[in-house]
Design a protein around this ligand. Structure first.
Ligand code: BGC
Length: 411
C-alpha cells in the first residue's frame, strides 16, 4: 500500500512538473492568414522559451463566432486557458474584468518598461479603474474595401468611388459586366453587421458615431435610418449564396476573379497575401465610402485570467506578444498594424503603411461587432436585427429594434 502511495506521489509530481511547462493559448485564429500569424508568434515564443509546450486551443469561426461562447463557459466554470484572444474594449472589460475574472497587468508593463509604448487610446480601452488588463497585439482596420484590380480595369473603373452614390454606380457597371459586384459571406452573421457598422460610421460621421457610446448621440438620429437604407440597397449587389459563405469564402470570390469588391476588416489583406497576392498588384483597397478620415478600430489583445493554470508561462507569453519582435513578426502576416508605437515600419507592406498613417491621423472609432464599442447584449441584439433585416428588408422595424436594444442595453 505504501509503495502504491509513493508511486502515486512520484506520478503526480511528474505530472505537475510536466504540466507546469505548458502554455494554453486560446483563440479563433484557425486559417486564412490568421493561423499563419499565430504560428509565427509561437515561433518567437519558442526562440526564448524552447522548453514550454504550447497548447494551441482554437475554436474556428470568424470574429470569434463560436470561440467566444466556449471561452465564456470555460471562464465561468473556473477552467480558464492561460491566456486568450479578446477584443480590447467592452468585450474585455464588461465580460471579464468587471466580473472579477482577470488579473491587472499594469505592474508587468511597468516592469518591462513598455507602458508608454502603446497608443494611449488603445491602452485606455484595455484598462479599468486605472489598471491595464490586456495587451494589444495589433490594430486591425474595419472600414476597408478590398478589390480585384483586373476586374475594375476590365470594366473601365479608373477612379475608386468615395461616396455611396458613386459606389452604387460602379456596382451597377460591374453587375452588367457579369461579375459579382460585392462579395458577402454572412453564414456566421457578423459580416453583415460589420458592413452595417461601416455604413453607420459614414452616415453619422466619427463624432456622432462615437457619441452613440456615451449617450451624446441618440439612435433616433437620421443617420441610423439612412444607414439601413444604404445597407438595403447594397444587398441588391451581393452574391446570391451569401448566407452559405464564410468571410474567407467571400474574400476568395475576389481572389478567384468572380467578385469585384469585399468590405472586410484587413485580416482579409492577410488572407489575400497567404493566397499569394501582393497588395497594390493584384488587389487594391479603399476606405468604405463616406468614411475617409475615420478609422474603425479592431484590436486583438491578450490578458491574464485569474487562476491561469500556468501563470508563469502566461506572463512569458504576454512579454513576447508585447515585444517589438513579437509584434513585428505577427502583424505583417496577419494584415494588421502593430500596437507598439516603436515598431519597425520597414517590415510592413504598402497597404499596412497606408493603414499606419491613417491610424496616426484619423478619428478613431471603436467597432461594435468586434467587441470594442458596446456590451455583448447590445452587440447580439444588433447582430440579430441586421441579419433579419437582410430577409425582411423592413427599415422601420429594424430601426425600432435597434432603438429598443440601445435603450435596454446601453447606459
Ligand atoms: C479579429 C481578427 C480576426 C477576424 C476574423 C476579428 O474579430 O479581431 O483578428 O482575424 O475577427 O476572424
Amino acid at each position: 500500500m505504501r509503495k502504491f502511495f509513493v508511486l502515486l506521489m512520484i506520478l503526480s509530481m511528474a505530472f505537475v512538473a510536466f504540466s507546469a511547462n505548458q502554455l494554453e493559448i486560446f483563440s479563433w485564429w484557425t486559417g486564412g492568414g490568421e493561423e499563419e500569424g499565430l504560428l509565427a508568434l509561437f515561433d518567437v515564443f519558442h526562440k526564448y522559451y524552447p522548453d514550454v509546450e504550447i497548447i494551441n486551443a482554437t475554436v474556428a469561426g470568424g470574429a470569434g463566432t463560436n470561440a467566444k461562447a466556449v471561452l465564456k463557459t470555460r471562464m465561468l466554470g473556473g477552467n480558464p486557458p492561460d491566456s486568450f484572444q479578446v477584443h480590447g474594449g467592452m468585450e474585455l472589460i464588461d465580460t471579464y474584468v468587471v466580473t472579477g475574472m482577470m488579473e491587472p497587468i499594469t505592474d508587468l508593463l511597468e516592469e518591462w518598461g513598455i507602458i508608454d509604448k502603446f497608443p494611449e487610446d488603445i491602452l485606455k480601452i484595455c484598462s479599468y479603474k486605472g489598471e491595464v488588463y490586456s495587451i494589444p497585439v495589433n490594430v486591425h482596420r474595419g472600414n476597408v474595401v478590398f478589390y480585384n484590380k483586373a476586374i475594375l480595369e476590365e470594366v473601365g473603373i479608373e477612379k475608386v468611388p468615395s461616396t455611396w452614390p458613386e459606389f452604387i454606380e460602379v456596382l451597377k457597371k460591374i453587375k452588367k459586366a457579369g461579375y459579382i459586384p460585392l462579395a458577402l459571406g454572412d453564414k456566421n452573421k457578423w459580416t453583415a453587421t460589420h458592413l452595417f457598422e461601416d455604413i453607420l460610421l459614414s452616415t453619422l460621421g466619427p463624432y456622432n458615431y462615437n457619441g452613440l457610446w456615451n449617450g451624446r448621440t441618440s439612435f433616433e438620429h437620421q443617420g441610423v435610418k439612412e444607414a439601413l437604407e444604404i445597407f438595403k440597397e447594397l444587398m441588391n449587389y451581393v452574391n446570391p449564396n451569401h448566407a452559405s459563405l464564410t468571410w474567407q469564402d467571400a474574400t476568395l470570390l475576389v481572389f478567384e476573379g468572380k467578385a469585384a469588391f469585399n468590405v472586410m476588416g484587413d485580416w482579409a489583406e492577410g488572407y489575400l497575401k497567404t493566397l499569394g497576392w501582393t497588395p497594390g498588384k493584384e488587389f487594391g483597397w479603399m476606405v468604405v465610402p463616406g468614411t475617409k478620415g475615420s478609422f474603425m478600430v479592431v484590436t486583438d489583445t491578450f490578458g491574464l485570467p485569474k487562476n491561469a493554470p500556468h501563470r508563469e508561462n502566461a506572463i512569458k507569453w504576454l512579454k513576447i506578444i508585447s515585444s517589438v519582435e513579437g509584434q513585428d513578426t505577427f502583424n505583417p502576416i496577419k494584415g494588421s498594424i502593430p500596437a507598439r508605437i516603436d515598431a519597425d515600419r520597414s517590415l510592413y507592406d504598402d497597404y499596412l503603411i497606408w493603414s499606419m498613417d491613417d491610424f496616426a491621423t484619423n478619428a478613431l472609432c471603436p467597432s461594435i461587432i468586434h467587441g470594442s464599442a458596446a456590451p455583448e447584449a447590445f452587440v447580439t441584439a444588433l447582430n440579430d436585427t441586421i441579419n433579419m433585416f437582410i430577409t425582411r428588408k423592413d427599415v422601420k422595424k429594424a430601426l425600432k429594434e435597434i432603438i429598443y436594444a440601445a435603450e435596454d442595453y446601453l447606459e
